[in-house]
Design a protein around this ligand. Structure first.
Ligand code: FES
Length: 158
């Protein structure tokens, strides 16, 4: 098995939220939990393990894992900066901040920094438009971003 007993327990909590026989409804949370244990990435083996655990076919799990942006399929940095570039964020300077992040980190979006710590990913609206421009790292949202705020956040990540 590619995920730990602790991960199974966490997945079981989600499975218990659904009627018996509907364990597949926990697939998104299961993928999130298992991804966190596998260097923030979902290999075909990991997807197969989740499918096996939820009594689903591999392709059903792969369809979910490849549809949503919150799942990774190649090795990414320890921290993924998911910067929104949708309309509100774009109008409030997200494009400039993407360029700033790329220059500051020495990578293009989708690449991982040389120290393996950070990658930047452009994503669609994260539902925090009122705080635009914004990005997400892990479960935390950082809103009303400025270059100065980004500098401080990057220092805290290292
Ligand atoms: S447009 Fe960026 S959070 Fe909605």
């Amino acid at each position: 098995m590619i995920f730990s007993k602790k991960a199974k327990k966490e997945i079981d909590i989600w499975i218990d939220k659904y009627p018996e026989g509907r364990q597949s409804s926990a697939v998104m949370e299961a993928l999130k939990i298992v991804q966190a244990e596998n260097e923030n990435s979902l290999s075909t083996e990991v997807i197969a393990a989740v499918a096996d655990y939820l009594d689903m076919s591999n392709i059903e799990v792969a369809e979910v894992a490849t549809f949503y942006e919150n799942y990774n399929h190649k090795l990414v940095g320890k921290h993924t900066i998911r910067i929104c570039h949708n309309i509100s964020c774009m109008l409030n300077g997200a494009d400039d901040l993407v360029v700033y992040l790329e220059e500051k980190l020495g990578v293009k979006t989708g690449q991982v920094t040389k120290d393996g710590l950070i990658n930047v990913k452009k994503v669609e609206c994260l539902g925090a438009c009122v705080g635009s421009p914004m990005f997400q790292i892990g479960h935390k949202y950082y809103e009303n971003l400025t270059k100065k705020k980004i500098d401080k956040i990057l220092v805290e990540l290292k």
